[in-house]
Design a protein around this ligand. Structure first.
Ligand SMILES: Nc1nc2c(ncn2[C@@H]2O[C@H](COP(=O)(O)OP(=O)(O)OP(=O)(O)O)[C@@H](O)[C@H]2O)c(=O)[nH]1
Ligand SMILES: [Mg+2]
Length: 144
């Protein structure tokens, strides 16, 4: 399940992981797609939606918290990652973009309560995508 602020790049990342070339549109509701759950950014930014995220996370094996490397202003609350009862990993997106701040973005994820591993990717150039995909396929899966 992919969670993160509005415009962080969740849908773009899911599309590239799924080799889906469709144009990305704003996510309006929680969407179950082939192996991934996409969520609207508002659900992570507005506390009254948290319960929906928590319930949906139960259907997932891993929660991916997505942080935009170019938008350090829009942040999730400190410790947000801790609400999930699933394995949580972090992904910094848009590392191709002018003004991308990888280290600051990583620190934002730490503040949100994400621990290592944190991946750095671009949905546009595909940088870092194979490493992240490999992780999801091998070690990322939460075993019960
Ligand atoms: N440069 C660059 N832009 C990106 C990248 N990933 C996404 N974007 C752009 O960021 C914008 C938002 O991307 P989305 O994938 O819709 O973001 P989202 O997190 O799904 O947003 P919501 O559905 O509103 O929560 C789009 O204009 C994308 O083209 C990337 O890796 N690099
Ligand atoms: Mg989206």
């Amino acid at each position: 399940m992919f969670v993160g602020a509005v415009g962080a790049g969740k849908t773009s990342l899911i599309h590239v992981l799924q080799n889906d070339c469709q144009k990305v549109q704003k996510t309006q509701s929680i969407i179950f797609t082939d192996g991934a759950i996409d969520t609207p950014g508002e659900y992570a930014q507005i506390p009254r939606f948290y319960s929906a995220l928590l319930i949906t996370a139960v259907e997932s094996s891993i929660v991916v918290i997505v942080q935009d490397a170019t938008d350090l202003k829009t942040t999730l609350p400190p410790g947000f990652a801790g609400i999930f009862t699933r394995k949580v990993v972090g992904v910094v997106t848009k590392i191709d973009a002018l003004g991308a701040e990888r280290e600051k973005a990583r620190n934002r994820l730490f503040q949100v309560g994400v621990k290592d591993p944190i991946f750095f990717v671009s949905a546009h150039t595909r940088e870092g995508i194979d490493v992240f995909m490999d992780y999801l396929m091998k070690g990322g899966v939460h075993n019960e």
